[in-house]
Design a binder for this molecule. Structure first.
Ligand code: AP5
Ligand code: MG
Length: 215
């Protein structure tokens, strides 16, 4: 099964994708995580990606599509995958459709997590991430148990470089301009479900599971 999470920055895509990946036993593929790992390791891709990410802009489609095609071709994606943050433009969606067709697959379902911009700004400013194992926290309702270090690996949690108020504003603009049109794109294909994402992590996750089962 290929499942995709769509939604604004901070909508909860990563939080829900990690959980569903555990439940379904298929890999979670986050283009944002792939770029951040490359930035951390100082690769050429990381250097290129950081110039876009830290300005709230999208990394060019050709670069992003090639990475995802490569990742989806790995043996652990045989039974499916959960895409988080890809595609993010109509052009990426078209490339992905063609690629999946070429390997005899398709996107089975797109979950659009619905959250308004105000909630996004509030949430992202409270988010902290583990730079080592990528665990995500929220300093209000899901803080690390000792307040500063990752529960899973003990590394000090940090604010993402693109989680400053100025960059969040740019990311939201980019989302509305380039990514939101995908809602209609997938609606027209008949495989989009909506999941209310404002009610707290557990309830929002349940909204998604309910929508997946009832579709
Ligand atoms: P990416 O890493 O994908 O960032 P994003 O889309 O901006 O989304 P976020 O990761 O910020 O939010 P999320 O929806 O995963 O929310 P989370 O679960 O963490 O991309 C980063 C950058 O990389 C892009 O800006 C772009 O430059 C580049 N890029 C990536 N993909 C690309 C592509 N395809 N093409 C081109 N460029 C690309 O939750 C947020 C916080 O809220 C957490 O603290 C969490 O604990 C909390 N939370 C989650 N759910 C709830 C809830 N229901 N109630 C309360 N709190 C909640
Ligand atoms: Mg994320």
């Amino acid at each position: 099964m290929i499942l995709m999470f769509l939604g604004a920055p901070g909508a909860g895509k990563g939080t829900q994708a990690v959980k569903l990946s555990e439940i379904l036993g298929i890999p979670h593929i986050s283009t944002g995580d792939i770029f951040r790992a490359n930035i951390k390791n100082g690769t050429e891709l990381g250097k290129l990606a950081s110039s876009y990410i830290n300005n709230g802009k999208l990394v060019p489609d050709e670069v992003t599509c090639a990475i995802v095609e490569d990742r989806l071709s790995q043996p652990d994606c045989e039974k499916g995958a959960i895409l988080d943050g890809f595609p993010r433009t109509i052009a990426q969606a078209e490339v992905l459709d063609k690629f999946l067709e070429s390997i005899g697959k398709k996107i089975d379902v797109v979950v659009n997590i619905v959250v308004d911009d105000q909630e996004v700004v509030k949430r992202i400013s409270q988010r902290r991430v583990c730079p080592n194992c990528k665990a995500t926290y929220h300093m209000g309702h899901r803080p690390p148990s000792n307040g500063t270090n990752c529960d899973a690996c003990g590394t000090e949690v940090i604010l993402r470089d693109d989680d400053t108020p100025e960059v969040i504003e740019k990311r939201l603009k980019e989302y509305h301009m380039s990514t939101e049109p995908l809602v209609d794109y997938y609606k027209a294909k008949g495989n989009l479900i909506e999941s209310e994402g404002v009610e707290g992590i557990e309830k929002s996750m349940n909204n998604t599971i309910r929508a997946l089962i009832m579709r």
